[in-house]
Design a binder for this molecule. Structure first.
Ligand code: NAG
Ligand code: NAG
Ligand code: NAG
Ligand code: NAG
Ligand code: NAG
Length: 415
């Protein structure tokens, strides 16, 4: 315990010093583990869903679910997303040479490309021309052969997938001209202090092109370490698809419990029924008794060797839960409103500007599920008490820590 605290202190200190010469958050790392992270990406031109996905070599379905876009929309992978649309790109963040970054993305050059156009336009400032040059050992950037495969190092942070000791996914956000730290804090429902702590900033000033790590509240999985999707974590208001497209998990809006159920895309999947029960993944039964509500649920417990693991658990709760609530889905966006290009908001808000929510009849992702044994008058839908947990007792500690490092940072500059 003492050890891990000490090492995180060391991390913070390293971070403060690394920040001096860098315009993006540097997170030192020691081991080879990785985490789920997001890139804030603004489309440079109209592109199909599948084209955006291949730009980052990710699964188009994962791209859609991360942005709460309705995947049941006909031919959704060929839908054309409008230029200037802001998207959250789900990536794996790994540890390379002691620094957190993503190096899984490769770009195949086209005849008119320059390192600057690839960095600033195609990857929208998430990488710089210098970083491309260095990562690919390019001697002469003016000679860029078409068809060359370049590794595109992308910024990401894990910070143990927590923020103030609550589950969080970090979004790498490229600062735009109109942004202020206060504006970003409010768009992403966080605080200026928190953004400053996370990014080891000495002042609130930000510059166009800076890359900030923005913590998004999330629902974390507790799958066993040996499961394929062990560190699955889903940001509030969105979805993730896992277990070979067989299982979809959502987070929010009412609480921070990851909720997984069979995905509608599921074609050939192993059984999703809990052993010794007729309950399927995501089902539960609730029975009111004098002692409280007896809730039996069948939940997802990770993907192991091609098998969907399920867990049947029974607990006595004070009140019976209401029907499962799902994050709102949006139709695939077709245009970007002026407003949304100037004020990014957390997903799925940026998309809802243009598209509006849909309640598809044959949706791949339900907006409201019905559950067996649900008794209407048994309790509130969602949970209001969860909001309070955001104001956790560690807040002041983090503020104090931030002040301390701010002071030492200021001193280090004046020396
Ligand atoms: C990382 O977070 C987990 C809980 O999600 C916690 O148990 C663990 O101690 C944390 N590790 C560090 C190094 O902070
Ligand atoms: C999750 O998002 C919903 C809106 O989509 C919001 O009402 C709720 O407060 C968020 N929860 C957290 C923990 O941020
Ligand atoms: C259990 O979950 C499955 C899949 O989500 C659903 O189709 C089914 O209706 C549920 N069963 C009950 C009894 O609600
Ligand atoms: C709760 O339900 C389970 C399964 O239906 C049953 O085995 C258990 O005895 C019940 N517990 C209570 C306290 O009613
Ligand atoms: C997965 O399969 C491999 C080989 O088939 C086996 O060695 C391993 O123990 C299995 N893992 C689990 C968690 O069952």
């Amino acid at each position: 315990m003492a050890n891990s605290k000490l090492s995180s202190l060391v991390l913070v200190i390293l971070n403060v010093f690394a920040q001096v010469s860098s315009k993006s958050t540097i997170e030192p790392c020691a081991n080879s583990d990785s985490c789920n992270a997001l890139l804030g990406y603004t489309l440079y031109t109209d592109l199909k869903v599948s084209e955006v996905a291949s730009l980052f070599q990710i699964d188009p379905i994962a791209l859609l679910t991360a942005n709460s876009i309705d995947i049941s929309y006909p031919d959704v992978e060929n839908h054309i997303l409008p230029s200037q649309l802001f998207l959250q790109i789900p990536i794996m963040c790994s540890c390379v040479d002691g620094i957190r970054k993503s190096v899984a993305t490769h770009y195949k050059t086209r005849p008119s490309d320059t390192l600057a156009s690839i960095a600033d336009s195609i990857y929208a400032g998430l990488v710089s021309a210098d970083q491309l040059k260095e990562a690919n050992s390019i001697q002469d950037p003016s000679v860029l052969d078409a068809g060359q495969s370049l590794v595109v190092p992308l910024p990401c942070t894990c910070f143990n997938n927590t923020d103030n000791f609550l589950p969080a996914v970090y979004l790498s956000y490229v600062v735009k001209e109109v942004d202020t730290l206060a504006g970003l804090a409010s768009s992403y429902s966080t605080t200026i202090t928190d953004l400053m702590n996370v990014n080891a900033m000495g002042s609130t000033s930000i510059t166009v092109g800076d890359i900030l790590a923005v913590p998004l509240p999330a629902c974390a999985s507790k799958f066993p370490r040996y499961s394929y999707d062990f560190n699955l974590i889903v940001p509030n208001g969105s979805y993730a698809i896992t277990a070979s497209h067989c299982v979809q998990c959502s987070c929010g809006p009412g609480n921070r419990n990851l909720y997984c159920m069979p995905a509608s895309l599921a074609v050939s999947c192993s059984s999703m029924q809990c052993r010794n029960s007729n309950l399927m993944l995501g089902n539960y039964t609730a029975q009111q008794s004098s002692a409280g509500c007896n809730v039996t649920s069948c939940s997802y417990n990770g993907y192991v060797n091609g098998t969907i693991m399920t867990t049947l658990s029974t607990s006595l709760q004070p009140r019976c839960p209401g029907p499962q609530q799902f994050p709102a889905l949006v139709a695939p966006p077709t245009y970007v409103s002026r407003e949304s290009t100037f004020s990014p908001a957390p997903a799925p808000a940026p998309l809802s500007h243009g598209a509006g929510s849909t309640t598809p009849k044959t949706s791949g992702i339900p907006t409201i599920g019905s559950l067996p044994g649900f008794t209407p008058a048994s309790g509130p839908i969602g949970s209001s008490s969860d909001a309070c947990s955001l104001m956790n007792p560690y807040g002041t500690f983090m503020t104090a820590l931030g002040l301390y490092f701010f002071t030492s940072y200021a001193m280090s500059i004046s020396l």
